[in-house]
Write a protein that binds this ligand. Structure first.
Ligand code: ZN
Length: 249
């Protein structure tokens, strides 16, 4: 139980860092020092401006110095990072909880980047894949091969669809980044979990497309839906609650 409170207390700060990473990693900007200056006026931020969630609320989402709107995006990531720790804490404990939070926060970062710039960087998906295999090796040794098969199958399935789509439509529909993300998820949830990951991902993607078309922003066939966001959410649900098909539990 103490581990849960540590992870929950750390999560807004982790979320704050993930938010900065999600904004800066795709642009190759420095993120070694956290959010240290206002993106709008460049004013150096004080410690009191950098408290996750609380600063945002106290300043009502505006820069203290130039009053430009700031960081609603980072606020969402901070709250989502807490949701990750909270939902994991209800299912697992101890070191599995730590591993689960690392998985959840990494998926959150990938989802945030895919949402913003439709990109799933290899520097994130490949370490996530290796971490999944390592956790499976040390914790679930008897079924390790299921996780290795999951990684290979995850890449093969979406990789084949991506190549086929490119052949037929002569342009990029599904990226290979999605295939690498599903490979990483396969390493964590094993091949038995993959069908449910894809099912959740597709359903959430469909809901997103429907909501967007109902709010007037119609979905064109040429639009690239950030499928990685929904795959990441599906992977998290399967990691915590298992596959839907009882035979594959
Ligand atoms: Zn400012």
């Amino acid at each position: 139980m103490p581990m849960f409170w540590i992870m929950l207390a750390a999560s807004p700060f982790i979320g704050s860092f993930l938010g900065v990473l999600a904004l800066r990693l795709p642009e190759g900007r420095s993120f070694a020092v956290s959010r240290s200056a206002c993106d709008h006026c460049g004013h150096v931020l004080a410690a009191r401006d950098l408290v996750p969630i609380a600063s945002f609320l106290a300043l009502r989402g505006r820069c203290r110095y130039c009053h430009a709107p700031i960081g609603g995006f980072v606020l969402v990531i901070e709250l989502a990072a807490m949701l990750v720790a909270g939902s994991a804490g209800m299912q697992v404990s101890g070191w599995i909880l730590v591993a689960s939070c690392l998985l959840g926060w990494m998926l959150l970062l990938l989802a945030a980047i895919d949402w913003r710039v439709q990109l799933l960087p290899d520097v994130l998906t490949l370490p996530l894949l290796m971490a999944g295999l390592a956790v499976a090796y040390f914790v679930l040794r008897e079924t390790w091969s299921d996780h290795l098969i999951g990684a290979v199958a995850g890449f093969a399935v979406l990789g084949a669809i991506a190549l086929l789509y490119r052949r037929l439509r002569h342009r990029e529909g599904l990226g290979l980044g999605d295939a690498k993300l599903l490979a990483a998820l396969g390493a964590w949830v094993a091949w038995q979990g993959l069908p449910t990951v894809v099912l959740w991902g597709s359903m959430l993607g469909l809901v997103f497309a429907l909501v967007r078309s109902m709010t007037g922003r119609g979905v064109q066939w040429s639009d690239r839906i950030p499928f990685g966001v929904f795959l990441a959410a599906g992977g998290w649900l399967v990691w915590l609650y298992g596959p839907l098909m009882p035979a594959l539990r």
